[in-house]
Design a protein around this ligand. Structure first.
Ligand code: THU
Length: 130
């Protein structure tokens, strides 16, 4: 398994690929699979603004597309003093595909918080309720 430092470093490197043309707010994510692989993502913005996809969802969709189905942790990095937690849409996707992940928040120089996804998304909607 990668150390949490390695996971955060992977998210920092992914952040450098962010396509943050409109907000200039670059985010990187690194998702750890149950068998120890690390799949990264960065935010990708476009001219409609609304079709922007966050770093976390890029990482999840890349991982699913590569055949990964079980996940343990995700590191999220932005260049901010206060940590950048996942948005509501990302919390939903992380929950549905990753379950109660550990969420590691960091900036460019330090780790800034750890959370369980179940604390960030209490009373979730998911397929069990269909
Ligand atoms: N963003 C992410 O990629 N992840 C987050 O956790 C928060 C927000 C992106 C979306 C948009 O490209 C930019 O940050 C500003 O909202």
């Amino acid at each position: 398994m990668p150390s949490s430092d390695a996971l955060v470093d992977a998210a920092r490197r992914a952040r450098e690929h962010a396509v943050a043309t409109f907000s200039q707010f670059k985010v990187g994510a690194a998702l750890e699979t149950a068998d120890g692989a690390v799949i990264t993502g960065c935010n990708v913005e476009n001219a409609t603004y609304g079709l922007t996809i966050c770093a976390e969802r890029v990482a999840v969709f890349k991982a699913l597309s590569d055949g990964h189905r079980a996940f343990t942790r995700i590191a999220i990095v932005a260049d901010t003093e206060a940590p950048t937690p996942p948005c509501g849409a990302c919390r939903q996707i992380l929950w549905e595909f990753g379950g109660d992940l550990e969420i590691i928040l960091a900036n460019l120089t330090r780790e800034a918080g750890r959370h369980r996804l179940s604390d960030l998304l209490p009373l979730p909607f998911d397929a069990r309720l269909l």
